[in-house]
Structure formats: C-alpha cells, structure tokens
Design a protein around this ligand. Structure first.
Ligand code: NAD
Ligand code: LMR
Length: 370
C-alpha cells in the first residue's frame, strides 16, 4: 500500500495591483515588499521513519519537516512506514494530512507505505521507531521476543534498498539489541552506520544534575550514559561537569549520586509510563532530534555525546555489542568512541552489570543474528 502526495502548486494570491491602487487613493506610503520565498538550493534528503503513525512519530514528524533535525536549509522527503493494517494506514494518512496543512517550506514530498522495501528506498537516514512499547510493570527487555523479529526484515530492506550513505538510528525497544539485530541483517551496510538512542537518558541525567545543583541545565556539560538503554544503564557523574567542574565534586553528595540520581535516570521511562499511562513521546522525539544532530554535526572540541554504537572492546565492553559510549562525530559522517575517560570502582561495577545484561539480550536473540 503506497500513497505519494501530489506535487504542490505554489500560487500567488495577493493581487498586488489592487493594493497599489488602494495606496494611491489613501496617499499612504508604498507597501513594503513581500518577502521572497526561501530558495532551496540543497537536494532533498530521504528520511525513512518506521512507526510513523505512533506516538513518537506524531511528535517527531513536524519537527523533521520544519528543519529541526537536518537544518533550516535542508529539504526533506519523508518516507513513512507503518504496518499493513487499515487502522494504522488510516492514521498515517491523517498524519500526512496534518503535515500538508503545515505547508512546511522544507517538506518536498511524502511517501506513505506499509512495504519496507519501498519505505527504505534510497533513504539517507532510517529512523527505526516502529515497535511495541512496554506497559506498566514491564522491563524494556521483556519486549525482545515480540519486537526483535521486526528488525531482521527491516535490516534486510535497508541493505537492499537504502542509499549507499544510509545511517540508521534505532529507538524501538529494547533499542540496543534491536539495533544489533538490524545491523546483522544488513550485511553490506558498514556496522558503524548503526546507532541506538540513549540521548533521552543523557538529557534526563543532565536535567536531574542541574536541579540538584540548582543551576540551569545548560551549565551541565558532557553528560554521559554508558551501556544499555534499560534499568541497568550507567549515568556517569565523574566525567560530567557542572560549570566546568566534576559533577560529583559540585554535588558533594555521593549517596545521592549512587542512589537517587542513578535510579531516577534508570527508571525515568517507567515513571513516565506510570504517570501518563503511555511511554514517553515528546521527550523521545526530542532525544532523537538531538541524536541525529549529534551524529551529523561535528562535536565541539573537548565534548562528547552519549550514543549506542558497536563496541570495539573499549572500556571493557564486549566487542560487537551495541552499547552507549562517549562519542564524537567528525561532521563528515564518521564518529568515534572517546578514549581515556576514568571510571571509579562503583561506575566500573555498574558498567560490568549493564554489559552482562546486553550479553544476555544478545543470547536471547541469537537465532535472529544470522
Ligand atoms: P506507539 O505504539 O505509539 O507507536 C508504534 C508504532 O509503530 C505503531 O503505530 C505501530 O503500528 C508501528 N509499528 C509496529 N510495528 C511496526 C513495523 N514492523 N513496521 C512499521 N511500523 C510498525 O509507540 P511509541 O510510543 O511511538 O514507541 C515506539 C517504540 O519506541 C517503543 O518500542 C518504545 O518503547 C520505544 N521508545 C524508545 C525510547 C528510547 O529512548 N530508546 C524512548 C521512548 C520510546
Ligand atoms: C523511555 O525511556 O522512556 C522509553 O524507553 C520507553 C520505556 O519503555 O521506558
């Protein structure tokens, strides 16, 4: 099932001569010139989004179409993928109608489809959101059997149909292991194109540290999440800074850092589900905007961002797992793990625990890692 939006006709509707005549009658000063429409010189990029009619999709799509993910001068074609179910495709049509109604200057075209081969065709970025969210009382890892298989087919479709420069960001949970599955299913796509999202966790940790230190969140720098996007994730407090100083020193309350800070960040997703009855969507979409920008734009000198990428064994993380690291992007499409950060015994133990969880998730889906 595929629907392509009709080419838009841009018509001028202001009868300028009428306005001039009116000006003459009233002897008013000449009317100001109408601003020229922006000239788009860049070729559009194709962004494939799975689960586009879901909660995160709804919060995300207008932000991509308005230039917040790829920049204010970068036209986009949205390739929106849903499941082949009438209700989902109808909902997707409704989302597309709303996007049309925004008349975004950067939105060049939309493709609505339930066929991954069509949805990923020539995609430069693939945002893999579509999958089931957890409900109250579940852990993200509980979704693995249900959601994991989605990522084999999508990985294969990306392999066969996406653009040669495709980059992939996985959000659907458990996102680290789903990313691992997609990466294994896309044999011809270099592994370093695959990433999963802990930017939401980074933002959460940044906000918690700022509130505790009674500073604005912009005073907190190099916030860092290690490991799995799960309740075992490790929010760093040794390498993160507050107004340029080590966060642990500024906070000066080790019990809070190892206790409340850790559990608040680790369990924030569950707390949102308990409060809203639905999993995070606005903050998740925001995290994904940040995530893609983190990987596209060159990281400022001396900084890093939290991104789940394939481990090369750095910091003792098992090689081949998709784990969250401090990452720097070069602005040319490449990225690397920042080396040489110090972790104390507490953080090292927690990193070993989250690594063990990622290993057990990998074991649970080993049949999908073909
Ligand atoms: P949602 O249920 O509102 O929407 C999911 C959408 O995906 C639905 O419209 C569904 O029809 C679609 N879908 C399911 N399988 C699909 C497939 N094979 N192909 C295409 N579309 C498919 O869920 P949501 O709130 O948007 O969350 C989506 C996922 O993101 C969940 O797994 C959730 O746990 C996860 N999530 C991750 C993070 C993170 O930080 N990594 C944050 C929030 C949510
Ligand atoms: C989140 O962190 O908000 C998402 O991963 C949703 C969840 O299940 O917690």
């Amino acid at each position: 099932m595929a629907i392509r939006s009709a080419d838009r006709e841009h018509t001028r509707c202001a009868p300028l001569h009428g306005r001039d005549e009116l000006s003459k009658i009233h002897h008013a000063p000449p009317a100001p010139r109408l601003a020229a429409p922006p000239v788009m010189t860049k070729a559009p990029i194709r962004v494939a989004i799975t689960g586009a009619a879901g909660q995160i999709g709804y919060a995300l799509l207008p932000r991509i179409a308005s230039g917040q993910m790829f920049g204010p001068d970068q036209p986009v074609i949205l390739q929106m993928i849903e499941i082949p179910v009438e209700k989902a495709m109808d909902a997707l049509k409704g989302v597309a109608m709303e996007l049309e109604d925004c008349a975004f200057p950067l939105l060049q075209d939309m493709v609505l489809t339930s066929d991954p081969n069509e949805g990923f065709k020539d995609a430069n970025w693939a945002l893999l959101i579509g999958s089931k969210p957890r409900g109250p009382g579940m852990e993200r890892g509980d979704l693995i059997k249900e959601n994991g298989p989605i990522f084999t087919g999508q990985g294969r479709a990306i392999n066969e149909h996406a653009a040669s420069d495709v980059r992939i960001a996985v959000v659907g949970n458990p996102c680290n292991t789903n990313c691992l599955i997609a990466m294994h299913s896309a044999k011809d796509v270099p592994d370093d194109r695959f990433s999963a999202m802990t930017r939401l966790d980074q933002n959460r940790a940044q906000a918690q540290l700022a509130m505790k230190a009674r500073v604005h969140s912009s005073s907190v720098g190099n916030t860092l999440i290690w490991g799995n996007h799960s309740a075992t994730q490790v929010p760093d407090f040794m390498n993160t800074t507050i107004n340029g100083r080590c966060a642990a020193d500024v906070i000066g309350d080790r019990a809070w850092l190892e206790g409340e800070f850790f559990t608040t960040v680790q369990k924030r997703g569950a707390a949102i589900i308990a409060a809203r009855g639905l999993s995070s969507a606005a903050s998740a979409a925001n995290g994904l905007i940040d995530h893609v920008r983190d990987l596209r734009d060159a990281t400022p000198k001396g900084e890093w961002r939290s991104v789940c990428i394939k481990s090369d064994g750095s910091y003792g993380v098992t090689e081949g797992l998709i784990s969250s690291f401090p990452v720097r992007a070069d602005g040319q499409g490449g990225w690397e793990i920042v080396q040489g950060l110090e972790l104390d015994t507490f953080l090292k133990e927690r990193l070993a625990a989250t690594n063990a969880e990622l290993e057990s998730e990998r074991e649970a889906v080993k049949d999908l890692l073909v």
